[in-house]
Unconditional design. Structure first.
Length: 665
C-alpha cells in the first residue's frame, strides 16, 4: 500500500471528528463524549505526518526544513487569520480582564505552548472555559510540538537502532502509562501535555511505519474491522461525558477505533469506508481544520454576548455560522497557501511565519501591558467589570493544607486581642472578608478566618485528602485556643447537588463513589449534626451561614455586556422561587439545627431578594457578585448587617438568644 495515496475515507474520518467536537461543545443532546474527536484528529495526524516523513526518507529526499515549511503553509495562515479576527471582535466585546487574558493566550499560542498556559489556568477562580476564545488551540499546540520533535526522533531512532520500531512502540507505551497514571493524580496534565498525549499520535505513526505485509486483510475481516472501529468511536462519542476520567484508558476507544478504520480501509473498500468517502463527509473533512479553528470563538463570543440562554434554533444558527466561516477560511485562506497559489519560496514562507508570530506575539503582550485596554469601555461598564476582581489580600487568605501555620489563618479586628471567633469555610467564607475587616474593627473584637476552596467545613465530609488535612489543622488550632464562637460558611448546595452545569466533583458520594441525591443529603445532615455536637460539647457557640442566591450567569460579565451594548440592567437576577427550590433541604436542616439555643442561622437572601421576588445581582451601578456564586466586595458589604448579631455578641461577651437570625431588608 502506498501511504502517500490520497485516502478519501480519512477525510471522512476527519469529518466525524470535527462534527463530534462541534456538537459536543454546542450542547447538542447525545454527543456527550464528542470531545474524543480531538483524539481522532491526533491519530490521523500521527499517521499522515509519519507517512510523509517515512516515504520521503525511504526515497532519500526528506528535508526537515521543507517539512516545517509544509507544516507552516498548512497551519499558520488560517490560524493567524482566526487570531486576528478574535482580537478584532474582542476589542468591541471583551471586558478588560478578559481582553488581557486573550492577549496572553495569543502570546502563548503563537509560540506553540498554549496547552501549557491552559493547563496552568485549570484552577478554582480561573476564567470559565466558555470565556476563553483560544482555549481550543491547546490541541494545535500539542500537534505543533509533535511536528517539531517527532521528525528528529524518528530520524534518530531509524538511523541508530536495528529494532527502532520496537523502540518507538516502547515510547508509545511509556506515554500511555503516564497518561493512565496522571488521569488519577494530575488530570489537568494528562489532558493538556504532549507527553501524556503522544501515544495517540504515535498510534497513527506506528501504522505508517508498519511493514506492508502487516496491512493485508481479507475482505470479510476488513468489513468487520471497519465496523468495529466506527463502533468504538461512536461508543465514546455517545457513551462518555464530562465526568469520564480522560484521556488515560478511556482514550483507547477512539484511538483504537481510528487505527482499525485506517487499517481496514487501507486495502479494501468497506461499507464504512464508502460512507466516509461520500461527497458530504469528504467535503466536511476537507474544511475540518478551518471549521475547528472557528467553531470555538463563535461559541465563546455568542455565550459572552448573549443575555438569555440560546434556544435550539439559535444553536442551529450558530453551528451553521461556524460551518460557513470554516468554509470561507478553507476556500480563501487555507487552500491558497497550502496549494502554493500564493507564490513564495521556502525562505519567504519561514520569514512570513516568523513575522506573523512576532507581530501577533507582541500584540498579545501589549494587551497584557495595557491591562486589556480599559479605555475602550464606558465608566459604567468598567465599574461592573471590576466586580469580578477580589483584592490580593482576599485571595491571599484562600489557603490550602500546605500553607504554613502562620499563613493558615487571617486575623481581623484588634491585633493584640486573642481570637474570639473563628470563621471556617470554603471560598464563600473568603467572600465575607470585607465584612470581617470592618465589623471586627468597628466593634473592637478579634476574629480569625480559615478558608480553603472547595473544602466543606465539616470533618468527615471532605471530598479529597487535601481538604481532610486542612480541616484537621483548623480543628487542632480550634482545640488549642479559647474561641467562643465558630462560624461555618460554605456553598452548601455544591456538596449536595454539584454546580449549575452538573459538575459533581465536590458532591458527597456513597462509599463506592457513586452519587445519589438522597444519600448526599443524609450525609450532610448527619455530618453537620455530629460537627455541631462536638463544637457545642467544646463550649462553642455555632453560627451557620446559608449561601447567597446562586445566579444562573456571571453578573459582572452580563452587566458589563449590557452596559457596553447600552441595554438596561433592570431585572438582572434570579427569581427567589428558584433559590428557595434549590435551598429547600438546607433550609429545613438548618431550621432543625437552630432549635438548639447555641446554634444560630444567618441568611443573606433577605438582603439580596426584594419584595418583587427578584434576588438582585446589581445595586446602584455595582455588581453584587464576583461570579455566579461568590459575592463581590460590594455584595459582601451590602449583606454586612446579617453578621451584626455576631459582632454584637462578641462585643458583649454573651449569648444573643435563640432562633434564626435574619437581616433586615
Amino acid at each position: 500500500m502506498s501511504t502517500l495515496a490520497y485516502r478519501r475515507d480519512i477525510d471522512g474520518l476527519r469529518a466525524v471528528a470535527v462534527i463530534a467536537v462541534v456538537l459536543f461543545h454546542f450542547g447538542v443532546p447525545g454527543f456527550t463524549g464528542g470531545f474524543v474527536g480531538v483524539d481522532v484528529f491526533f491519530v490521523i495526524s500521527g499517521y499522515l505526518i509519519t507517512s510523509i516523513i517515512w516515504s520521503q526518507r525511504q526515497a532519500g529526499r526528506f528535508s526537515l526544513a521543507e517539512f516545517w515549511v509544509r507544516r507552516a503553509r498548512r497551519i499558520l495562515p488560517a490560524l493567524f487569520a482566526m487570531i486576528i479576527a478574535v482580537l478584532a471582535v474582542g476589542w468591541f466585546l471583551l471586558a478588560p480582564k478578559d481582553y488581557e487574558e486573550l492577549g496572553r493566550s495569543v502570546r502563548y499560542q503563537v509560540t506553540f505552548v498554549s496547552n501549557i498556559l491552559f493547563m496552568r489556568q485549570d484552577g478554582y477562580f480561573d476564567v470559565a472555559s466558555d470565556l476563553k476564545p483560544l482555549l481550543h488551540t491547546w490541541s494545535l499546540a500539542v500537534e505543533e510540538q509533535f511536528y517539531i520533535l517527532f521528525p528528529l526522533l524518528l530520524t534518530l531512532l531509524s538511523s541508530r537502532l536495528k529494532h527502532w520500531r520496537l523502540a518507538l512502540f516502547g515510547i508509545l507505551l511509556l506515554s500511555f502509562g503516564l497518561s493512565v497514571w496522571a488521569v488519577r493524580h494530575y488530570p489537568e496534565k494528562a489532558f493538556f501535555l504532549l507527553s501524556m498525549r503522544a501515544w495517540e499520535l504515535l498510534a497513527g505513526a506506528m501504522l505508517a511505519v508498519a511493514p506492508r505485509h502487516s496491512w493485508r486483510l481479507k475482505p470479510i475481516a476488513a468489513q468487520w474491522l471497519s465496523l468495529l472501529g466506527m463502533a468504538l468511536i461512536l461508543l465514546a462519542v455517545f457513551g462518555y461525558d464530562k465526568h469520564t476520567p480522560f484521556p488515560g484508558v478511556a482514550a483507547l476507544l477512539p484511538v483504537l477505533g481510528v487505527v482499525a478504520l485506517i487499517l481496514a480501509n487501507g486495502h479494501r473498500e468497506t461499507l464504512v469506508g464508502q460512507f466516509l468517502s461520500s461527497r458530504v463527509m469528504v467535503g466536511l473533512g476537507l474544511i475540518s481544520y478551518s471549521w475547528y479553528l472557528w467553531y470555538w470563538p463563535v461559541f465563546v463570543f455568542s455565550s459572552y454576548a448573549s443575555v438569555e440562554e440560546p434556544g435550539a434554533l439559535d444553536i442551529a444558527g450558530l453551528i451553521l455560522l461556524t460551518l460557513v466561516l470554516g468554509y470561507l477560511s478553507w476556500r480563501f485562506v487555507e487552500t491558497p497557501f497550502r496549494e502554493r497559489r500564493l507564490p513564495a519560496g521556502r525562505r519567504q514562507v519561514l520569514l512570513a511565519g516568523f513575522c506573523g508570530i512576532l507581530v501577533l506575539g507582541l500584540a498579545g503582550q501589549a494587551l497584557r501591558w495595557t491591562d486589556g485596554l480599559p479605555s475602550r469601555l464606558s465608566e459604567q461598564a468598567l465599574q461592573y467589570a471590576r466586580g469580578h476582581e477580589w483584592r490580593p489580600e482576599l485571595m491571599a487568605c484562600l489557603t490550602d493544607d500546605k500553607a504554613p501555620d502562620d499563613k493558615l489563618f487571617c486575623h481581623y479586628g484588634v491585633e493584640n486581642l486573642p481570637a474570639q471567633a473563628l470563621v471556617w469555610g470554603d471560598s464563600h467564607a473568603t467572600a465575607f472578608i470585607p465584612v470581617l475587616e470592618e465589623g471586627a474593627q468597628a466593634h473592637g473584637v478579634s476574629v480569625i478566618l480559615a478558608s480553603s476552596a472547595g473544602c466543606i467545613p465539616v470533618e468527615g465530609l471532605e471530598t479529597d485528602a487535601a481538604c481532610t488535612r486542612f480541616n484537621r489543622r483548623v480543628e487542632q488550632r480550634l482545640s488549642a485556643q479559647r474561641i467562643s464562637d465558630v462560624v461555618l460558611v460554605a456553598r452548601w448546595s455544591l456538596y449536595l447537588y454539584g454546580d449549575a452545569k452538573g459538575d459533581l466533583d465536590h458532591a458527597l458520594r456513597m462509599p463506592d463513589g457513586k452519587y445519589d441525591r438522597a444519600v448526599a443529603e443524609q450525609r450532610l445532615a448527619e455530618g453537620l449534626r455530629a460537627q455541631l455536637a462536638q463544637l457545642r460539647e467544646s463550649g462553642h457557640r455555632v453560627w451557620l451561614v446559608k449561601e447567597a442566591p446562586l445566579q444562573p450567569f456571571s453578573p459582572p460579565y452580563r452587566l458589563t455586556r449590557l452596559a457596553m451594548l447600552g441595554h438596561p440592567v433592570d431585572g438582572v437576577g434570579l427569581a427567589i422561587g428558584e433559590h428557595d427550590k434549590r435551598q429547600a433541604f438546607i433550609s429545613r436542616l438548618f431550621a432543625q439545627l437552630a432549635r438548639d439555643s447555641r446554634v444560630q442561622v444567618i441568611d443573606p437572601a433577605p438582603r439580596l431578594c426584594d419584595e418583587n421576588g427578584l434576588c438582585r445581582a446589581e445595586l446602584d451601578g455595582y455588581s453584587l457578585y464576583k461570579d455566579d456564586n461568590h459575592l463581590s466586595e460590594t455584595g459582601a458589604r451590602f449583606v454586612a448587617p446579617i453578621l451584626e448579631p455576631l459582632f454584637v455578641s462578641l462585643q458583649a461577651g454573651k449569648n444573643p438568644g435563640n432562633g434564626q437570625v435574619n437581616a433586615v431588608k
